[in-house]
Write a protein that binds this ligand. Structure first.
Ligand code: FES
Ligand code: FE2
Length: 376
């Protein structure tokens, strides 16, 4: 799993001034709440006093108060009150937890889990501008967990060939051959545009099925991903001017569990009474994907491409693996073996930007990282 990246931690409406919210990302626990100004805060969840979970505490005066002895931590992660020492007692600098940069976009709270200073932080990609055009694009949200590794699951979304075998409503088993289409490489991802044979007319049901009845031959599908933000956009155009977009951000909860936050936007059947049909179609597609992805072996994407027999229609999945490897090679990959060896005795935290400025005054240790690749 990769640090120094933006991850979606929660829906914006789930993060409040009233109640802390504990979330797990990259195998670590975090607490989310809103400070006195209403800004979303993300702190490492483990209290530096004696290890209680801050997410089980309460929010008071824009700070989170630990449930064990009431120590209060503000939005910067600094402890501002140790009740047993009394108000006004001096609090050493070391009494702090990591605080991670946050921003809100697409109705989600994104957290930057890493220590890069602001000037070096890559931006969240603008892959879903239609979010800002709700009149032109009706949308429904989706959210689900998968008992699958984040790379395995993301590869499934980027995989065009599986559609014809896994998905009842939009696969085309009668013509599964894909055209070999060149992919465009982007700074942190890739994009491809493919024409795929339309499914048989009786595969699509409901109101969308009625709209698409007739002799439609093909669907144009555009697919783009970014490792930064760990998100992708899939846009089928069913016929000219009639299209939908699935924009999904993926959060690794731990190596075996992934979470997806998403929106499906459409520029047809925009009235809210059509939302239910769209949600049902998304839920069916997710069930179909999970029936395969939760059972692949090995559970983690193998380290070498030659450990599997890949073909040219796997090009986007390969581009994704390479983009991940490049980010990992810059010293951003958690060393799981080293972490597991030490974790039962020590608390580790993903380093936050404040550690760069002052690496010494911390109670919890920075997570061990794999070495920087010498090339690539
Ligand atoms: S463990 Fe948090 S205040 Fe004691
Ligand atoms: Fe799928």
């Amino acid at each position: 799993m990769l640090i120094n990246n933006w991850y979606v931690a929660a829906w914006s409406h789930e993060v409040t001034r009233g109640q802390p919210r504990q979330v797990r990302m990259l195998g670590f626990d975090f607490v989310l709440f809103r400070d006195g100004q209403g800004r979303a805060v993300c702190l490492s969840d483990v209290c530096v006093h004696r290890g209680a979970s801050l997410g089980r505490g309460v929010v008071a005066n824009g700070c989170v108060a630990c449930p064990y002895h009431g120590w209060q931590f503000d939005g910067t992660g600094n402890c501002v009150l140790i009740p047993s020492l009394g108000e006004g007692a001096s609090i050493p600098r070391r009494v702090r937890v990591d605080s991670y940069p946050t921003l809100e976009r697409y109705g989600w709270v994104w957290c930057f889990l890493g220590d890069l200073p602001e000037a070096e932080r890559p931006a969240i990609p603008e892959l879903f501008p239609e979010y800002d055009d709700p009149a032109g694009w009706a949308r429904v949200p989706y959210h689900f967990d998968a008992k699958a590794n984040w790379m395995r699951f993301e590869e499934n979304s980027l995989d065009t060939a599986h559609v014809n075998f896994v998905h009842r409503q939009f696969g085309s088993r009668r013509n599964p051959k894909l055209e070999a289409t060149p992919i465009e490489h982007r700074e942190y991802g890739a994009k491809v545009s493919r024409v795929k044979p339309a499914p048989a007319p009786d595969q699509k049901t409901g109101e969308l099925g009625k709209l698409l009845a007739g002799d439609r031959k093909s669907t144009q599908v555009e697919l783009e991903f970014s490792v930064i933000g760990l998100c992708h956009r899939i846009q089928p155009t069913f016929r000219e001017g009639m299209s939908q977009i699935n924009f999904t951000a993926r959060t690794p909860v731990d190596p075996q569990l992934s979470r997806a936050f998403g929106w499906q936007a459409r520029n047809y059947l925009k009235e809210p009474q059509h939302d239910a049909e769209r949600i049902a179609a998304i839920e069916l597609a997710v069930r179909e994907d999970l029936s395969v992805v939760e059972h692949v072996q090995p559970p983690l994407t193998p380290p070498s491409l030659s450990d599997e027999f890949l073909v040219e229609t796997d090009s986007m999945e390969v581009a994704f693996r390479k983009a991940c490897a490049r980010w990992a090679g810059r010293g951003n990959e958690i060393d799981q073996e080293a972490l597991q060896r030490e974790r039962h005795n020590h608390v580790f935290a993903i380093p936050s930007p404040a550690r760069r400025e002052d690496p010494k005054n911390w109670v919890h240790r920075p997570v061990p990282l794999r070495p920087t690749a010498s090339h690539g």
